[in-house]
Design a protein around this ligand. Structure first.
Ligand code: GTP
Ligand code: MG
Length: 464
């Protein structure tokens, strides 16, 4: 595999902490020269000297001038029990805009090259420290937006997904072994008892793959989040509901219809699903050009979003505009809220039921901050399709690449089943089984291309 990345022999360095002012910055060095370079830039205090895997206190010096750059800590760790599998040194200097950059500049002067995004993790993968699905989990951990998405990513890093993929691959391999035992007798049909067994084994793998593929929609939602638009006529309390969900006075609320004109975008966490909410201008027929523009944009925004929260007002009758709004929302996952429940009922429920069918609206009073917990729960259930998030022990696909490879593997397995029914030659049967195993192998990175690795690791941050 080393042919994939020949420069791997080089020693790389990067600032692993985010840029800006902060107490500490970590500069990481990996590769054969990392320890000797560390010894040139870092002088331990007193006679302490470096000792393996122990932070040591000392000074960073500029070898060119001999001057002190900073007081710092340094640790050296030897191959192969390191993150990348190579020799690693880490310098913990003060943070901020100047010191870490200066350290990096000195390191490159001493022969280190600047690490590309994700290069440390890419080396870990190439050196067999983790498989590809685990490497991808590292990036998901860093970008996780909620605890639930973090849990899924941690499980993937621990190898839950890889373990499952390998288990399914082994089951296909068992079928393959039996088919290949028949290669020497191509004229003979596979014995019917064996054929049944092979069919059942393959169907069971196919079923597990299908269940995992189906879990992707939920998994993706927890990982990447969902966009939601609040839609409704002016003055129904859209901005008030946004404020309640955010628990701050983010949007301006007023009794004047047409208060919100531009979009207001905010993030919240609903039961572990990262949600980007957009509050929009109220929908109405208006002569005001600016407001009309706002209305058109609201409808467009709703069509582009994945989830629509329609707000109705308990104190007004259901009219043509409400119906238009509900129709727009019906094309998406959506939820209906009846707000202003503290006021007298003018909104006829029987009329509304005719439009909504079995879909149950949620009742709130944003003014009294009532019903907001129920609203959050209903939002979660509409999105996740169940009242609670599954626990992390349940395997969920969160990555489109994994889903695509699994779909390919499943299709190839289905093709095998079809050919088996047709009593095709064992050579032909085994091709589909091998293809299916290879497709699964793409997930863990047993089968990769340089292009694929480039695409995956370029999305990482520098220093990881
Ligand atoms: N009685 C009562 N008044 C409410 C409730 N929710 C909001 N209001 C009031 O209704 C008025 C309009 O609220 P907003 O949140 O600005 O309504 P909006 O839908 O964002 O309005 P536009 O931005 O103009 O489209 C304000 O005076 C709010 O205080 C509620 O549950 N009960
Ligand atoms: Mg508003």
């Amino acid at each position: 595999m080393s042919s994939l990345v020949p420069e791997r022999e080089s020693t790389i360095a990067a600032i692993s902490t985010p840029p800006g002012e902060g107490g500490v910055a970590v500069i990481r060095i990996s590769g054969g020269e990392s320890h000797s370079i560390a010894r040139k830039i870092f002088v331990p205090a007193g006679n302490s000297g470096f000792s393996e895997r122990k932070l040591c206190f000392g000074k960073i010096i500029d070898p060119e001038t001999g001057g002190t750059v900073d007081e710092a800590l340094c640790v050296v760790m030897s191959s192969p029990d390191t993150y990348t599998g190579e020799d690693i040194a880490e310098i913990h200097s003060h943070g901020g805009h100047v010191v870490p950059r200066k350290v990096l500049e000195i390191l490159t002067g001493l022969g280190a090259t600047l690490a590309a995004p994700g290069e440390f993790t890419q080396r870990a993968f190439l050196n067999g420290k983790m498989d590809l699905a685990q490497a991808e989990a590292v990036s998901d951990i860093i970008s996780a937006q909620t605890e639930q998405s973090l849990r899924y990513a941690e499980a993937q890093l621990e190898g839950t997904l890889s373990g499952k993929v390998n288990e399914l691959k082994d089951q296909i391999l068992d079928v393959l072994a039996e088919i290949e035992a028949n290669l020497d007798f191509p004229e003979e049909d596979i014995d019917p008892v064996a054929k049944n067994r092979l069919r059942e084994a393959s169907e069971s793998v196919e079923k597990e793959l299908s269940a995992l593929i189906d879990s992707y929609d939920t998994g993706r939602m927890f990982r990447d989040g969902v966009t939601m638009v609040i839609l409704g006529k002016p003055n129904v309390g859209k901005s008030s509901i946004l404020n309640c969900l955010l628990e701050t006075q983010r949007a301006i609320v007023s009794p004047i219809a047409g208060t919100t004109r531009d979009f207001i975008e905010e993030r919240i966490n609903v039961g572990g699903i990262p949600l980007v909410i957009t509050d929009t201008a109220g929908i109405r027929d208006t002569g005001d050009r600016i407001e009309r523009l706002g209305v058109e944009l609201s409808l467009k925004k709703a069509e582009e979003s994945e989830f629509v929260l329609v707000v109705l007002d308990q104190s007004t009758e259901l009219d043509a505009l409400d119906r238009k709004i509900l129709k727009t929302a019906a094309k998406k996952k959506h939820l209906v809220v009846i707000n202003k429940m503290d006021l007298e009922e003018k909104l006829e429920r029987s009329k509304l039921r005719r439009v909504l069918g079995r879909k149950k609206p949620v009742e709130t009073s944003a003014l009294a901050k009532e019903g907001i917990g129920r609203l959050r729960q209903a939002m979660f259930e509409t999105l996740a399709g169940s009242p609670r998030a599954s626990d992390a022990s349940e395997l969920v696909l969160t990555n489109l690449r994994h889903k695509k490879s699994m779909e390919k593997a499943r299709d190839q397995l289905r093709m095998f089943l079809e050919l088996l029914e047709r009593n095709e030659y064992p050579e032909i049967l085994s091709i589909e089984l091998r293809n299916s195993m290879n497709s699964l192998g793409e997930i863990t990175g047993e089968v990769t291309t340089e292009d694929l690795l480039g695409r995956i690791f370029s999305r990482f941050c520098i220093g990881k």
